[in-house]
Design a protein around this ligand. Structure first.
Ligand SMILES: NC(=O)c1ccc[n+]([C@@H]2O[C@H](COP(=O)([O-])OP(=O)(O)OC[C@H]3O[C@@H](n4cnc5c(N)ncnc54)[C@H](O)[C@@H]3O)[C@@H](O)[C@H]2O)c1
Length: 265
C-alpha cells in the first residue's frame, strides 16, 4: 500500500511541528510548509532521522497562488493524492481591541481566515481524488464564546468553526471529512508572551504534543468517532468542560462565566 500523505501549514514550530513529527512516525509522507524556512530545515532533519520522507517548502498561507503551487508540487510526489490537509498556521494578537493597530488586526484575519480558505480551496481536488480524505482546521476554545482581549482572534476562530461545519456537510458527497481541533491555551511561542484575564484564570496547561495527538486521532478516527461522524475534537479537560457547559447553559450565563474568567468588571 502507498504511504499516506499530509500537508501541514505553519509546520516549523509549535503544534504544526509536533504534528509533522507524529505523522512522520506513522510513516506518512509529510509536506511541511511555513514562512520560517530555517525552522523547516531543522524539522526536515528530524523527520529524516525518523526514517520518513519530508517535503518542505516556503508557504505564506495568505498567498493563494503560492498555496496552489505548493500543493501541486507536493501531490506530484504522492500520485495526486492527499490524505490529510492540515490548516494549522495562525497568529494570535492579544490586547484591548481599541489599542491594537487596525493593520495588525487585518493581518490576523488574513492569516487565520483567508489562509484557511486558500488551503481548503487549493486542496479540494487532491482531497476529492483520495478515498477517506480529511481537512483538519485549527479552531480554538476561543470559538466557544467571544473572548475579551482576544476579540479579533476569537472572531477568526469562529470563522474556522463555521467553514468547517459547512464544508463537512457540503463535501460529504465527495467522501471528504472536514473537522476542527479545539485546544485551549497551549505552551508554544504563540502564548509565550501573552497575559490576559483568561491566561491568568485558566493557566496554560496543554503542550503542543497534546494537540498533535488529537490531530492524529482526527485523521485516523476510532470506531466511535466514525459512528457519530465527529466534527469537533476538543483538546484537554478544560475545553471539554467549557464546550459542554456552553451547550447546556443559557447565553446570559455563558456570558457571565466568560466575563468572570476574563477578570472583566
Ligand atoms: N498556542 C495556543 O494556545 C493555541 C490554542 C488554540 C489554537 N491554536 C492554534 O494552533 C495553530 C498553531 O499555533 P501554535 O501555538 O503552534 O503557534 P506557533 O506560533 O508556535 O506556530 C505557528 C507557526 O505558523 C507559522 N506562520 C505564521 N504566519 C504564517 C503564514 N502567513 N504562513 C505560513 N505560516 C505561518 C509560524 O512561522 C509558526 O511556525 C494556530 O492556528 C493557533 O491559532 C493555538
Amino acid at each position: 500500500m502507498a504511504p499516506k500523505s499530509v500537508f501541514i501549514t505553519g509546520a516549523a514550530a509549535g503544534i504544526g511541528r509536533k504534528t509533522a513529527l507524529s505523522f512522520a512516525r506513522k510513516g506518512y509522507i509529510v509536506g511541511a510548509y511555513d514562512i520560517d524556512e530555517a525552522g523547516l530545515k531543522t524539522l526536515s532533519d528530524e523527520i529524516e532521522d525518523l526514517g520518513a520522507t519530508p517535503v518542505i517548502g516556503h508557504l505564506d498561507v495568505t498567498d493563494a497562488e503560492e498555496f496552489a503551487e505548493r500543493l501541486a508540487e507536493f501531490t506530484s510526489k504522492t500520485g495526486g493524492k492527499l490524505d490529510v490537509m492540515l490548516n494549522n498556521a495562525g497568529i494570535l494578537i492579544a490586547g484591548r481591541f481599541e489599542q491594537l493597530k487596525v493593520s495588525t488586526l487585518h493581518k490576523e484575519i488574513d492569516i487565520n481566515t483567508k489562509g484557511v480558505v486558500n488551503g481548503l480551496h487549493a486542496a479540494f481536488p487532491y482531497l476529492k481524488a483520495t478515498k477517506r480524505s480529511v481537512a483538519i482546521n485549527l479552531a480554538s476554545a476561543s470559538a466557544i464564546y467571544g473572548q475579551a482581549e482576544l476579540a479579533n482572534y476569537s472572531a477568526t476562530k469562529h470563522f474556522v468553526r463555521a467553514i468547517t461545519e459547512a464544508l463537512d456537510i457540503e463535501w460529504s458527497s465527495y467522501g471528504i471529512r472536514v473537522v476542527a481541533i479545539w485546544p485551549l491555551y497551549v505552551q508554544t511561542a504563540m502564548t509565550a508572551n501573552i497575559k490576559t484575564g483568561t491566561t491568568d484564570s485558566l493557566g496554560i496547561k496543554l503542550g503542543p504534543q497534546d494537540v498533535a495527538d488529537r490531530i492524529v486521532a482526527a485523521a485516523e478516527p476510532n470506531l466511535f468517532s466514525k459512528l457519530i461522524h465527529q466534527v469537533h475534537y476538543n483538546v484537554g479537560t478544560q475545553t471539554r468542560l467549557m464546550a459542554a457547559g456552553s451547550r447546556f447553559s443559557p447565553v446570559y450565563l455563558t456570558r457571565l462565566v466568560n466575563k468572570r474568567l476574563a477578570g472583566s468588571h
